[in-house]
Ligand binder design. Structure first.
Ligand SMILES: Cc1ncc(COP(=O)(O)O)c(C=O)c1O
Length: 450
């Protein structure tokens, strides 16, 4: 069993002593009022202003301390204010934040080299976010599929995207077109044509939908927003085979599950084959916006200058930080910590599941964990916040845990203790009215397919 190294443990050492929470005044916070009046209402935000973080803790403006088991939705893999990240940001901010992609900067090439080594792929394009990486990948798939006799501008024969039910790939037009969840896609229809959804882990459905008109099959090796569902080996292998047979691309969306989250650099490493494209973002630049498309020489050979681009993607500051992030994961042996803390967490959760009958299946790998509930998750999230714990609920009936890679044994113990209090005190709301199982028919079908 690995003992947390002193470096891994910096979070515990540098966490400020808990301050008594400042008195909350009855007057509404003017910043919340501004947000309510001037922001587009795209989020159901908790009514709290967060102020700063240290390691695995976040503090709100009133001084209340939260143990962060959500990590900014899988972004803050090193927690907050990691000293090496702060140092690089300070250094680079004083040198050059942005230079443009018309010139080389000192970090893009070395970062691309390191990502190629981590992934086993050859070439990298830097974007600003996950969804931008996904849109770029869809463009590459169409480009790769276009035959020389099909001139640009004409509809190609090979244009269909196969994506999975329950998937989430982002919010831009390309990404919503291949995202199955209807509430993200249907309000904006018509979307990019050609996307179809395959039942999760259903090889027969994949085979039935695959033919020579498919240009790409895309999947999250572990579905994140969909409730932490790992794709199984049989499905991955068949997707790889069919993509090869039909000269289509296999795209792995590792935006949430990649870069160490599962205890491997890439979640797909547990399979014996690689994708043609892997997409990453979230933790890549430790909280600064940076995404990337990683691909093969064969795909890269179809790209020429001017076909794709971005203003901000791959800037020197973000790339320097990303390079440092990857080095920290290696040097601080965080993959080991992820595996060990993940196992500790799942073991503790299994004990809780034996005591609380509304807890169902516990899924996931490394520090990406989903806990099925037979009642709605939102009240548990709210109660956890009251008790100084940040977690999240996805798909209404699944609690999602995405703690930082630097989480310590003691912090996992604290989490389990606090989480039990949350489980025992949260008033349980009625399950979904229209189905015997609160998971709903959709989730049951999904679970059955695993
Ligand atoms: C699997 C997956 N793909 C794509 C995205 C979109 O990434 P971004 O929000 O950076 O655009 C997300 C975001 O949650 C994701 O989890």
């Amino acid at each position: 069993m690995m003992r947390a190294s002193p470096k891994t443990n910096f979070a515990a050492r540098s966490a400020p002593k808990p301050k008594p929470a400042a008195k909350r005044s009855a007057k509404p916070d003017p910043r919340l009022l501004d947000a309510e009046k001037f922001l587009l209402p795209t989020y159901k935000r908790q009514p709290v202003v967060m102020s700063h973080g240290r390691g695995a803790y976040v503090f709100d403006a009133a001084g209340k301390k939260y143990l962060d088991f959500l990590g900014g939705i899988a972004v803050n893999a090193l927690g907050h204010a990691h000293p090496r990240i702060v140092k690089v940001i300070r250094r680079e901010a004083a040198r050059a934040i942005h230079l443009s992609n018309l010139y080389h900067n000192a970090y893009q090439g070395p970062l691309a080299r390191k990502l190629a080594a981590w992934s086993g792929l050859d070439r990298v394009f830097f974007a600003n976010s996950g969804t931008e990486a996904m849109d770029g990948a869809l463009k590459l798939a169409r480009l790769f599929a276009r035959k020389p006799e099909e001139p640009a501008g004409t509809p190609p024969k090979k244009y269909r995207f196969l994506s999975l039910e329950n998937s989430f790939h982002g919010r831009t037009f390309g990404a919503i077109s291949v995202t199955s969840t209807e509430k993200y896609r249907l309000p904006f229809a018509p979307v990019v044509p050609g996307a179809e959804f395959v039942r999760f882990n259903d090889v027969a459905d994949l085979e039935a939908k695959f033919d020579d008109t498919v240009c790409a099959v895309l999947l999250e090796p572990v579905q994140g927003e969909g409730g932490i569902h790992p794709v199984n080996e049989a499905f991955w292998n068949r997707a790889r085979e069919l993509a090869t047979i039909h000269d289509a691309l296999l795209i792995a969306d590792e935006i949430q599950c990649g870069l160490g989250r599962t205890g491997r650099y890439f979640a797909y490493e547990k399979f014996s084959s690689r994708p043609d494209i892997a997409l990453i973002a979230k933790p890549l630049a430790a909280g600064l916006p940076l995404g990337a498309i990683l691909t093969t020489e064969a795909v890269a050979a179809r790209v020429s200058p001017g076909m794709h681009g971005t203003t901000f993607g791959g800037g020197p500051l973000a790339c320097a930080v990303a390079l440092e992030f990857l080095k920290i994961v290696e040097e601080e042996k965080l993959l080991e910590n992820i595996c060990e803390r993940g196992a500790q967490l799942r073991e503790g959760l299994a004990k809780l599941a034996a005591r609380y009958d509304f807890l169902g299946e516990i899924r996931g790998e490394g520090l990406m964990i989903g806990i099925d509930l037979s009642v709605e998750g939102a009240p548990f999230v709210a109660e956890a916040m009251q008790r100084g714990l940040l977690i999240n609920s996805t798909h209404d009936f699944t609690l999602r845990l995405l703690p930082p890679f630097i989480i310590t044994r003691a912090q996992v113990r604290d989490f389990l203790r606090l989480f039990e209090v949350v489980l025992s005190t949260t008033p349980r709301q009625a399950s979904a009215p229209d189905s015997g199982d609160p998971a709903g028919p959709k989730r049951l079908a999904h679970a059955a397919a695993r």
